[in-house]
Each structure stands twice: as structure tokens, then as C-alpha cells.
Design a protein around this ligand. Structure first.
Ligand SMILES: C[S@@+](CC[C@H](N)C(=O)[O-])C[C@H]1O[C@@H](n2cnc3c(N)ncnc32)[C@H](O)[C@@H]1O
Length: 191
């Protein structure tokens, strides 16, 4: 069994998602950035599955392509698409089993091109319509900047209102870290 340090939202998210990946048929990385999450999903998915990886920036799509090639994970089953994830997810004709958001900005890029609460909520709403029964939407949010804090709060407030009969919604957050550590939100559509 792989071991994950339970130290931040990204690692905890990966640890929780990992058992669901091998049987997922459609996976979506909503913010591929430097490709770490895409490579994680690609490394555990079935060869028959399709993995979509979206990002607003050409630089991110290229970085993800390079990472997948360097880690020997490239396959025609992986579809890299540049654009805003709300629009790209809307166009998806399939039901998704896993939808992953890692919000914020590209560390090496233009920080103003970060995810924004309004678009993120729009994309989550679309995800709620596309997600399969027992499928998971996972969101790592970064409240360490003003925009990030507003976005994390908007996501929390939206998710708190989702109907309990349809979705199990929860969050995870470190308790003893200084500053404003990332928060993980999870939604599973009930079976
Ligand atoms: C924290 S980074 C993602 C990290 C990435 N998952 C990784 O593993 O390296 C956030 C990314 O969201 C992208 N982004 C911001 N707004 C977006 C939008 N509306 N649609 C798609 N991507 C967006 C940014 O370009 C940035 O690359």
C-alpha cells in the first residue's frame, strides 16, 4: 500500500481518491497546472479510462504534457485541453467518476490568472450534473490570499447547502499549522 503524508490538502486528497481511481472510467483534472495531479491520476488509472486535463493557460498544458512524458505516463487516453474549465466540462459528453480541482494560481506563472470563486462555483455546479453515482468531486482551496480566502468561503457556503439526500459533503483542514493552510472539500454523489 502506498503511504501518503497526511500533511496537506493535496496529499490527503490523493490518499482518499486513490482507491477510486483504478475503476474510474472518466476522470477530469479541472486545473492541470504543472501536471502533478494529472500525473497522479494517470499513474493509477485503468488503461481503458479517459483522463481529461484542463487549464486556462497554454504554459500549464505544456508543463503537464512534459511531466507526463518524463514520467512515462503519456497515453492517447489523456486529453489535454486549454480553456476555462466551466466551458470545457459543460462540453463533456460523458458522466465523470472523478473531478478534481486544485484551485489557486500556477506557482511559476502569472498569479493573476488564478481560479476565481464565481467561475469555480459555476464549474462545480456543472460537475454536480456530470458526476456519476458514487463519483467524487474533490477541491483543494487556498485561503492564504484575499482572492483565495473569498473563493474558499464561497465554495464552503455553496457546498453546505447541497441536499444531504443527494450528496455527502465534507472537508478536511490541518489544525496546528500556522497561517492559512489549504482546505480540502469533498463531495460524493450518493449511490
Ligand atoms: C494551483 S494550480 C494547479 C496545480 C496543478 N493541479 C498541479 O498539480 O500542478 C491552479 C491552476 O488553475 C488554472 N486556472 C485558473 N482558472 C482556471 C479556469 N477558469 N479554468 C481552468 N484552469 C484555470 C491556473 O492556470 C493554474 O494553472
Amino acid at each position: 500500500m502506498e503511504q501518503y503524508p497526511l500533511k496537506n490538502a493535496v496529499y490527503v486528497g490523493h490518499a482518499l481518491l486513490q482507491p477510486y481511481i483504478p475503476t474510474a472510467r472518466v476522470l477530469v483534472d479541472m486545473t492541470c497546472g504543472n501536471g502533478h495531479d494529472t500525473a497522479f491520476l494517470a499513474g493509477h488509472m485503468s488503461p481503458q479510462a479517459t483522463l481529461y486535463a484542463f487549464d486556462l493557460q497554454a504554459q500549464a498544458i505544456e508543463a503537464t504534457r512534459k511531466r507526463l512524458a518524463a514520467e512515462n505516463l503519456w497515453s492517447p487516453q489523456i486529453k489535454l485541453q486549454q480553456g476555462s474549465h466551466d466551458k470545457l466540462l459543460e462540453e463533456l459528453q460523458e458522466t465523470a467518476d472523478i473531478i478534481l480541482f486544485n484551485l489557486g494560481y500556477l506557482p511559476s506563472g502569472d498569479h493573476s490568472l488564478c481560479t476565481k470563486g464565481e467561475i469555480t462555483i459555476k464549474a462545480i455546479k456543472i460537475g454536480l450534473h456530470k458526476i456519476a453515482k458514487m463519483g467524487i468531486i474533490m477541491i483543494a482551496a487556498y485561503p492564504g490570499t484575499e482572492t483565495g480566502a473569498a473563493e474558499a468561503e464561497a465554495v464552503r457556503s455553496f457546498l453546505q447547502k447541497l441536499p444531504q439526500k443527494e450528496f455527502d459533503v465534507s472537508s478536511w483542514q490541518p489544525l496546528n499549522q500556522i497561517h492559512f493552510p489549504p482546505i480540502l472539500y469533498m463531495i460524493q454523489k450518493r449511490g
